[in-house]
Design a protein around this ligand. Structure first.
Ligand code: UTP
Length: 290
């Protein structure tokens, strides 16, 4: 029996420089895709996968994320008074229950690995999910994290979502080398963070959804800096790969890199087109652009 995964970590301490000036006073995770902040989409994905506790690693100017996941009693009362039941239901649906959220601060943006390490005491000695809020995944069936959970139920160990990119883009990502064979989940033989152009072992990137064992924290404790002078989660996973199983999952769905402007705009269009209440009007507006 594999240990259950109850907790998820959301690193939201990055500076979001690619979205300035929008992110000068507002966290980039609060930018909206259709009518929900990006971070809400990712929390919803985690809940759909059975996560019970949501751990946010925040930084300065990110307090509004904590407010977003709290109740707004005056607003609820006002909506009730005005009979706005749909809006009230939408507010309540997105909210984790009392005691289901924790917030800690990274204090300095030293890299994703460092952000994850900051959650060590809140996670404790149990496996956990890690979701990068920059990446949104649109899926028709089970969410991306739920698909990882399905694989984990049989493999245990560490499980990470991967997807293919064109070969000339591999130097921008963490890359996995997997065992030959068929099927959507395969054992990982090696990993490398941002390989020099032309040297990547495959075109499978680590795209932002992970199930990790708590021993990763012992490795991150050493605070070793990797690519870009940052403490990299991929480097810690490479060390853990020497003693634990890592499985790559080619999940079903389409990802959007909401950390880039083009990816963020594409996510807005794709998620809106998936909504029956918005699709006809949006298509009409898009046609007018030509
Ligand atoms: P990014 O490097 O894409 O985020 O990190 P960023 O630094 O906010 O973006 P730009 O490049 O300046 O626009 C991926 C994820 O890891 C988190 C970010 O918040 C983002 O969700 N992160 C990154 C941290 O929490 N701490 C860090 O030190 C670095």
């Amino acid at each position: 029996m594999t240990a259950p995964i109850r907790k998820a970590v959301f690193p939201v301490a990055g500076l979001g420089t690619r979205f300035l000036p929008a992110t000068k006073a507002m966290p980039k995770e609060m930018l909206t895709v259709v009518d929900k902040p990006v971070i809400q989409h990712v929390v919803d994905e985690a809940r759909a996968a059975g996560i019970e506790h949501f751990i946010f690693v925040t930084g300065r100017n990110k307090g509004v994320i904590e407010d977003h996941f709290d109740r707004q009693v005056e607003l609820e009362q006002e909506l009730e008074k005005r009979g706005k039941t749909d809006e009230l239901a939408a507010l309540k649906a997105g909210l984790p229950g009392p005691g289901q959220t924790s917030f800690t601060r990274q204090q300095a943006p030293l890299g994703l690995g460092h952000a994850v390490w900051c959650a060590r005491d809140l996670v404790g000695n149990e496996p956990f999910a890690l979701l990068l809020p920059d990446v949104l995944v649109q899926s028709n069936g089970r969410t991306c994290l739920a698909q990882l959970m399905d694989v984990y139920a049989t493999t245990g160990g560490n499980v990470i979502a991967v997807e293919e990119v064109p070969e000339d883009l591999t130097h921008q990502y963490g890359i996995v080398d997997i065992e030959d064979g068929a099927g959507s989940s395969r054992r990982i033989k090696g990993m490398v963070e941002k390989p020099a152009p032309g040297t990547a072992p495959s075109n499978l990137i680590i795209m932002g959804r992970y199930l990790l064992q708590p021993e990763i924290f012992d490795i991150l404790e050493a605070q070793e800096r990797g690519a870009g002078g940052e403490i990299q989660i991929t480097d810690a996973m490479i060390a853990l790969l020497e003693r634990q199983l890592f499985t790559a999952v080619s999940y079903e769905g389409k990802s959007f890199d909401c950390g880039s402007k083009a990816g963020f705009l594409a996510a807005n269009i794709a998620f809106a087109l998936q909504r029956a209440d918005l699709r006809p009007a949006l298509l009409q507006e898009i046609r007018k652009l030509n």
